[in-house]
Design a binder for this molecule. Structure first.
Ligand code: AMP
Ligand code: MN
Ligand code: MN
Ligand code: MN
Length: 298
């Protein structure tokens, strides 16, 4: 049997991706992936549609989400995989959904402040426009970036982060959210497999990142962290090696995915990242084995 590949990190129109959940799953099937996880920011609203399309096409779809959490040095991202389903089809609400709704409330408050700061910088923008292009439940700075680009304020959406909405930018606003320990504990409490997303993208101020990350991971493991996202579109081979070592030192599993956003992040393909990414089904098998040992469903 030939080696098959998977992608355990992707975004749809439910947050800041440009493909609907069903379109995303069809692209994964066309790319002959064996499984994908849909991991939208702070929302589970795309999951039922993705799972349905996966069943239709014979592609395994894992219910996931991504949380941004705040620590002393900035924002870390946490992935929850194998999220619980709601009570009745279409999925009802779970204990996780209540917290996600609160987090989306913080997002909306922050987004209004970003829009106001942008106007102070002379940008012609209303928050309603940003909500309108998002179309989904979870509005992110990537939507602001798309509008700033469309209106000609920046040459590329990425440049919007450097100039306006990223840390240090003129319209940067920090988001109120959970601490890393709270985020991990929340996802763990609903039976999710919890992974630290793209650790090497964290911009640690100054020296001592490796030691800080080791301490942080040790602490998060005590709260239920299961895995490190070693394979990611923006991780170099050296980054991946560091993550593999980090996971081994702490007895954690590995995970990986492209962080596909469709048109919002041009050049990143589902399952392939920027071209060099390959996450095999062995990674998925290990995660499932860990869940079985924990007595959790796969
Ligand atoms: P938010 O969740 O509203 O804070 O927005 C964060 C999202 O913006 C991330 O999930 C990425 O999709 C995107 N993003 C953040 N920083 C950058 C960057 N420097 N370049 C491009 N996209 C970014
Ligand atoms: Mn995003
Ligand atoms: Mn992320
Ligand atoms: Mn992501």
């Amino acid at each position: 049997m030939s080696i098959r590949f998977i992608d355990l990190h992707s975004h749809s129109t439910a947050s800041d991706g440009s493909d609907t959940p069903a379109e995303l799953v069809r692209k994964a099937a066309a790319a002959r992936l064996a499984a994908i996880a849909l991991t939208d920011h702070d929302t589970t609203s795309g999951l039922d549609e993705a799972v349905r399309e996966g069943r239709r096409l014979g592609l395994e779809v894992i219910r996931g989400c991504e949380l941004g959490v705040r620590c002393e040095h900035g924002e870390l991202h946490i992935l929850g995989l194998w999220l619980p389903e709601g009570d009745a089809p279409p999925s009802g609400s779970t204990p996780l959904d209540a917290t996600l709704a609160e987090l989306r409330g913080h997002r909306a408050a922050r987004n209004r402040r970003i829009a106001a700061q942008l106007r102070q910088c002379g940008v012609d923008i209303e928050y309603a426009e940003v909500e309108a292009i998002s179309g989904g439940e979870s509005v992110s700075r990537l939507h602001f970036a798309r509008i700033l680009h469309q209106k000609g304020y920046v040459p590329t959406p990425q440049e919007a982060f450097a100039r306006y909405i990223g840390p240090g930018g003129r319209a940067y606003v920090a988001k109120e959210t959970l601490s890393p320990a709270e985020g991990v504990a929340l996802l763990h409490s609903v039976g999710a497999t919890v992974a630290l997303a793209h650790p090497m993208l964290f911009r640690y101020p100054g020296n001592g990142f490796a030691e800080w990350l080791d301490d942080t991971v040790a602490d998060l493991k005590r709260h239920g962290l299961d895995a490190i996202e070693a394979y990611h579109s923006e991780h170099s081979q050296a980054d991946t090696r560091r993550c593999v070592d980090l996971a081994a030192r702490h007895g954690l599993a590995l995970t990986g995915g492209s962080d596909y956003h469709g048109a919002g992040k041009p050049g990143i393909a589902l399952g392939r990242g920027r071209g060099g990414l390959r996450v095999t089904t062995a990674v998925l098998d290990d995660l499932k084995e860990r869940r079985r040992r924990q007595g959790l469903p796969v």
